[in-house]
Design a protein around this ligand. Sequence first.
Ligand SMILES: Cc1cc2nc3c(=O)[nH]c(=O)nc-3n(C[C@H](O)[C@H](O)[C@H](O)COP(=O)(O)O)c2cc1C
Length: 169
Amino acid sequence: MDVLEAIFTRRSIRRFTGQPVAEEDLKTILRAGFQAPSAHNYQPWGFVIVRDKNTIESIAQFHPYAKMLPQAGCGIVVCGDKEKQEMTGFLVADCSAAIQNMLLAAHGLGLGAVWCGLYPVSELTKATAKILSLPSSIVPVGMVVVGHKNEQKKPVDRYDESKVHFEQW
Ligand SMILES: Cc1cc2nc3c(=O)[nH]c(=O)nc-3n(C[C@H](O)[C@H](O)[C@H](O)COP(=O)(O)O)c2cc1C
């Protein structure tokens, strides 16, 4: 799949078969995250792979929109390091770029994935930090839930001419 096909056909997948993600595919998805652009090239991210059943169940319990996590069987929590980039700087943008790369990589591998938001919802970041024993300098920005698809979604064309402005708004 080329990059444009991946961008135009990726959808959020929330139904999974439960088949585990191969280690090699997980590594490829992580490598895609690491390849993201970041302000000053600080690469202020860290990734926590969550596959333990108890941890997965706990996250699914407190996160109202991550109920698909147990069925997927794998979550990658993308964290920002405040010692490498300020919270008020580009930390969230950098981690978000990594997340998008990972979603596209998962799609390119034929897997399904969905971005589950964490930051800036304080109840979610606090609960995630506690369960994953994150140091105080580490902020969980979002979680990529990934697994084998159990649904097919059609691409949608969201191009909207009314939102495009040339030279001035
Ligand atoms: C910052 C952010 C947070 C999101 N959080 C969730 C979430 O918690 N749970 C979920 O199922 N989808 C979540 N999504 C996925 C969006 O719902 C999805 O991208 C959007 O509906 C468009 O659909 P598509 O991804 O299939 O194109 C999130 C997306 C973003 C960018």
